[in-house]
Design a protein around this ligand. Structure first.
Ligand SMILES: Nc1ncnc2c1ncn2[C@@H]1O[C@H](COP(=O)(O)OP(=O)(O)OP(=O)(O)O)[C@@H](O)[C@H]1O
Ligand SMILES: C[C@@](O)(CCO)CC(=O)[O-]
Ligand SMILES: [Mg+2]
Length: 386
């Protein structure tokens, strides 16, 4: 028997980075997913834990005895209580990953593979198994690939544990009950900590719960949109790393605590206003257009403040300039420093303008997509031969 889990990526409509410092942020799931399939070994002589990253054509395999020896201090797995990875365990796990000779060009994956080993051994202990990962999401681009990976992984691991209440006979995709989802989200955050250093928890929470959320200091409020929201996502293809960008903002905050607290407060107000606009009723085209104009202004203000935090990038500025030529408002999404930019596509905007803007962005070497916003969060499905 095997279990497959899928978790969506996300866009942050407002409040990235500031959310790490206690401000409100607004995020939505998108219809691009990371898939994780878990099957325990059935052959007697198969005594290894395998991780296959299919899109990257990478396979890792550790003899279970080697993992048990290295992590003997962990004790018995306890899937019902999330535990944080100590500095000592991180070092041991990194050494296990290094034994696998990660290709130099893919060294950024080390933290993802470490998060895998931590979540696997903490939830399932030392059982031989194969875990296969595929993803629609570009890695390290601001669309929450790390969170989708941790959420899908936690879902597959917990689905085969005694800590959640799932029906293994159900055919097709299922969702977790509220308390199981809460546990899953806590485990996913522990994985994100290994990848991000100091995550706010917004990315794993929106991936786990789906739809649209407002998030502040670890607490989520579900949001119901009362207007159509269409966003163009432009991937600058400039690689960056969320951990380093988050650390950079924290350093700036230490240097200029007063100034930065005003920036974070301004972003908190922007996020709350944006959430109110999205939720308020819009009975006709005129009121939708008015709401869109306000959203555009708030996105521009948020982008200005992100630039002030030092997380914009020349490639992001090129996207902003290009979309402005078509009178469209944009902001970076996720950690910035490259990665993806959001552009609001108003309801009454002609298709020709969108096509022209996309063509110009793509001629700069960027990649554009229009994401479906606000679908289900994490789901799982049992299958395979028993
Ligand atoms: N499918 C995957 N397989 C293995 N590791 C992954 C996968 N997806 C993400 N990761 C890990 O997450 C890292 C990228 O995370 P990072 O937080 O820097 O970017 P992101 O999550 O895509 O963007 P953001 O955090 O801004 O939304 C990768 O370098 C890798 O370590
Ligand atoms: C940059 C950040 O705010 C969002 C990354 O998608 C980091 C976080 O909240 O953990
Ligand atoms: Mg991330």
């Amino acid at each position: 028997m095997e279990v497959k889990a899928r978790a969506p990526g996300k866009i942050i409509l407002s409040g990235e980075h500031a959310v790490v410092h206690g401000s409100t942020a607004v995020a939505a799931s998108i219809n691009l997913y990371t898939y994780v399939t878990l099957s325990f070994a059935t052959a007697e002589n198969d005594d290894s834990l395998k991780l296959q990253l299919k899109d990257l054509a990478l396979e890792f395999s550790w003899p279970i005895g080697r993992i048990r020896e290295a992590l003997s201090n962990l004790g018995a797995p306890s899937s019902s209580t999330r535990t944080s990875c100590s500095m000592e365990s991180i070092k041991t796990i990194s050494a296990l990953v290094e034994e696998e000779n990660m290709p130099e060009a893919k060294i950024a994956l080390t933290s993802g593979v470490s998060a895998f080993l931590w979540l696997y051994t903490s939830i399932q202990g030392f059982k031989p198994a194969t875990v296969v990962v595929t993803s629609d999401l570009p890695l390290g681009s601001g669309l929450g690939s790390s969170a989708a990976f941790c959420v899908a992984l936690s879902a597959a691991l917990l689905a085969f544990s005694d800590s959640v209440n799932v029906d293994t006979k159900h055919l097709g995709w299922s969702i977790f009950g509220e308390s199981d989802l809460e546990l899953l989200n806590k485990w996913a955050l522990e994985g994100e900590k290994i990848i991000h250093g100091k995550p706010s928890g917004i990315d794993n929470t929106v991936s786990a719960y789906g739809n649209m959320i407002k998030f502040k200091s670890g607490n989520l409020t579900r949001i119901k949109s009362n207007m159509p929201l269409k966003m163009l996502v432009t991937n600058t293809r400039v690689g960056r790393n969320t951990k380093a960008l988050v650390a950079g903002v924290s350093e700036r905050t230490l240097r200029h605590p007063n100034a930065m607290s005003f920036v974070f407060n301004a972003i908190d107000s922007i996020s709350n206003e944006l959430a109110n606009i999205i939720q308020s009723p819009a009975p006709d085209d005129v009121s939708i257009t008015e709401k869109e104009e306000k959203l555009e202004e708030l996105m521009e203000m948020n982008q200005g403040l992100l630039q002030c935090m030092g997380v914009s990038h020349a490639s992001i500025e090129t996207v902003l300039r290009t979309t402005l030529k078509y009178k469209l408002a944009s902001k970076l999404t996720g950690a910035g420093g490259g990665g993806c930019v959001l552009t609001l596509l108003p309801t009454l905007l002609s298709g020709t303008v969108v096509d022209k803007a996309i063509a110009e962005l793509e001629s700069c070497g960027f990649q554009c997509l229009i994401a479906g916003i606000g679908g289900n969060g994490v789901e799982f499905c049992f299958g395979g031969s028993s």
